[in-house]
Design a protein around this ligand. Structure first.
Ligand SMILES: C[S@@+](CC[C@H](N)C(=O)[O-])C[C@H]1O[C@@H](n2cnc3c(N)ncnc32)[C@H](O)[C@@H]1O
Length: 255
């Protein structure tokens, strides 16, 4: 009930306080906006067919969940896919960002069934897409997808986020795009944002999903947008963007 009330207030506040994107002054940011929100990309049929099968699969799924609301889950693949997968528009938007940021490496923290990472990897075979999923059974699904569609540039890690980031730090691997779509709690989110500063490329963007998931996630976002490490912070309705670009001045936009 409390969370429903938060979501209604958040939605009203967002509608009242957001600015028209036409007010973005920086050409870098305005072109980013135009490019990423107008991405045209035909999703490969084999990926669409594979996802359609999962959407209708009544195969049982049992696991101990990670992130916010940790509990034992007993469900079906179709139900869980519906519950956790991100929207097609958001996936296309990330493809647009990958093009705009001339990306070599993308990291997705929270792979789920893997369709976002798979689509990104298939959109450009020169991209190296790393996806981290801590739940063994979901990671098995992700590996099945990778192997069935032979997506060689998709790298799947069955690890906790912290462990995966430590591995990237030790190997000095840097990413131009990092998607954070898991660990929906205040502390975990702030810790992750601080930790990823060690694996981020000089010109890069972080997508923090579900900032409207709960009051604590939005409080985390309110703190994150004060971090100077990222020059630009952009608030959208249900996600935040953090941009590292030393040519830009410190700024916050709600669009
Ligand atoms: C919302 S889902 C991801 C959906 C996916 N990004 C997509 O676009 O379809 C979040 C995933 O993050 C995983 N996760 C959450 N916290 C984690 C952690 N600390 N370490 C590893 N995986 C975690 C969960 O198991 C879950 O599958």
């Amino acid at each position: 009930m409390k969370n429903c009330l938060f979501k209604v207030c958040h939605a009203i506040n967002y509608i009242i306080t957001r600015k028209n994107p036409i007010k973005i002054h920086s050409p870098f940011l305005y072109n980013m906006y135009l490019n990423a929100y107008k991405t045209n990309y035909d999703i490969p049929n084999e990926l669409l067919d594979y996802e359609n099968k999962l959407k209708h699969s009544n195969e049982p799924l049992r696991f101990q969940s990670l992130g916010a609301n940790k509990r034992f889950i007993e469900t079906t693949i179709s139900y869980w896919h519906r519950k956790i997968s991100c929207s097609l528009n958001k996936r296309l938007f990330i493809i647009g960002l990958a093009q705009y940021f001339k990306t070599n490496k993308i990291l997705e923290l929270g792979g789920g069934f893997g369709f976002t990472s798979a689509l990104l990897a298939m959109s450009n075979t020169d991209l190296e897409v790393y996806t981290i999923e801590g739940v063994d059974d979901l990671c098995k699904q992700l590996l099945k997808l990778k192997n069935r569609l032979k997506i060689d540039n998709l790298h799947v890690y069955n690890l906790e986020f912290d462990e995966a980031i430590d591995e990237f730090i030790s190997k000095n691997i840097k990413f131009e795009i990092i998607i954070i779509d898991g660990s929906h709690t205040y502390e975990a989110t702030l810790n992750l944002i601080n930790k990823i500063t060690k694996i981020i490329a000089p010109l890069s963007i972080v997508i923090l999903d579900d900032i409207n998931y709960s009051y604590s996630m939005y409080s985390a976002w309110k703190n994150i947008k004060k971090i100077d490490f990222f020059e630009v912070k952009i608030e959208r309705y249900n996600y935040g963007l953090l941009i590292k670009n030393s040519n830009l001045s410190q700024q916050f936009l709600k669009i």
